[in-house]
Ligand binder design. Structure first.
Ligand code: C5P
Length: 397
């Protein structure tokens, strides 16, 4: 899929740049033609010689290099690629991109390009979580920039959390998905998945048994058909798929905000098992056992994310799909749910413990739409996902 594809690789100045050397090898193994651009800070972490030797192509570094401009002007350089990839994308580069600054070669190329841009952010966890970076992330997502990573984990600076650059093979998978040619190419599909965790205090939470398996399988199947997938996931048991934009959240309210920030979308599938209630006024301190009796938890209702999106007056996705996990009267309950929420399709299933569906590898679903009820045979969750993705492609065509 990457064979003969032209990738303009912009390397930012962060310690994760060492992984970019391996990334270049992985891209070239797959036949990609990688043209490298380095910021001046990047050269503090990896040498220009290594980058240019590994890519086998000329390295570009300076905006005002007359030789480069004579050979290939920066406008042409920014537009001749199939994909522009920024790895690592530092907080500084992301801020420049979000603001439209163009004061060096990397930022100028990013402003001048009309090619899809994918970024692999890497920075200290506090920098990632800083409101300024979070604002920039929202702006970049709105501008259509695709994200791969960052991952959670130990960081070179000794801290732990989100901010590690995605691994080279994850970045390769993201680019392959982006270039995948299929019936959903050019379509943006939003998927929610996993449970939500609603805090009681800093160490305890309310949740449910969703593993995230069905939502993950769906996102994989949609990306395989060429869709650009935004995957908003609660804390699931299964790792998120490669090749999609992953937005991790904890609570239902965060999930709603992430969904709203990810719109517009051509279709939205709500596979998450959202907690119906949250604890009102969750304690900022761990609740202690007390002789005076048991703590009282007051509940507040969580927003219904599916209903909110399905009933949007402006910018509603063309196709809104919900799931209905029921333990009795599956079809009747799910049919009523479709009406109540205002979605187009409901994928209904029986999650009684004896079915082994919740947390298991198989699913038996009914697809409920305007056309009535279709009963699908029991099959592995990835086959349910593939079938649903194919139906979605048909409906959007
Ligand atoms: O009402 P119920 O939870 O059974 O509805 C299930 C469907 O609604 C699923 O598609 C689920 O993802 C979605 N949902 C939601 N927000 C909620 C509750 C459910 O998006 N707060």
């Amino acid at each position: 899929m990457l064979r003969s594809k032209k990738i303009l690789l912009i390397i930012g100045g962060g310690i994760a740049a060492y992984k970019t050397l391996d990334l270049i090898r992985r891209l070239r193994e797959r036949g990609a033609d990688v043209t490298p651009v380095m910021t001046h800070a990047a050269a503090e972490f990896v040498t220009p010689l290594s980058v240019s030797a590994l890519t086998g192509n000329k390295l570009y570094r300076d905006l005002f290099d007359l030789t480069d401009e004579a050979e290939m002007g920066h406008i042409q350089l920014s537009r001749s690629a199939d994909i522009v990839l920024v790895a690592p994308a530092t907080a500084d580069l992301m801020a420049k991109m979000a603001q439209g600054l163009a004061n060096d070669l990397a930022s100028t190329l990013l402003l001048a390009t009309d090619t899809p841009v994918t970024i692999a952010p890497a920075m200290n966890v506090r920098m990632w979580e800083h409101p300024a970076t979070q604002r920039n992330i929202a702006t970049l997502r709105g501008d259509g920039v695709r994200f791969v990573g960052p991952n959670d984990g130990d960081m070179a600076c000794g801290e732990f959390g989100p901010g590690r650059m995605a691994e080279p093979l994850e970045i390769v998978a993201a680019l392959e998905a982006q270039l995948a040619d299929g019936p959903l190419k050019g379509k943006h599909v939003l998927v929610t998945s996993g449970p939500t965790h609603e805090p009681i205090d800093p160490v305890r939470y309310i949740a449910n048994r969703s593993s995230g398996a069905q939502g993950t399988a769906l996102a994989t199947a949609l990306a395989a058909l060429g869709a650009q997938v935004t995957f908003v996931t609660g804390p699931a048991d299964v790792p998120p798929p490669g090749g999609v934009t992953v937005v991790p959240v904890q609570t239902a309210q965060q999930m709603l905000e992430a969904v709203q920030a990810a719109l517009p979308a051509d279709a939205a599938i709500f596979a998450a098992a959202v907690a119906d209630w949250r604890v009102e006024g969750a304690s900022a301190r761990k609740l202690k056992k007390s002789k005076d009796g048991l703590p009282t938890l007051n509940f507040a209702e969580n927003p219904d994310i599916l209903a909110t999106v399905a009933q949007m007056e402006k910018g509603r996705p063309d196709l809104v799909v919900g799931f209905a996990a029921e333990t009795n009267d599956v079809i009747a309950n799910a049919t009523a749910k479709r009406k109540r929420k205002g979605c187009d399709w409901i994928v209904a299933n029986d999650v009684s413990p004896e079915t082994g569906i919740m947390g298991g590898s198989e699913n038996a679903v009914h697809l409920i739409s305007d056309d009535g009820v279709e009963d699908w045979p029991r099959m592995p969750k990835d086959q349910v996902a593939a079938r649903l993705a194919a139906r979605l492609a048909q409906a959007l065509s």
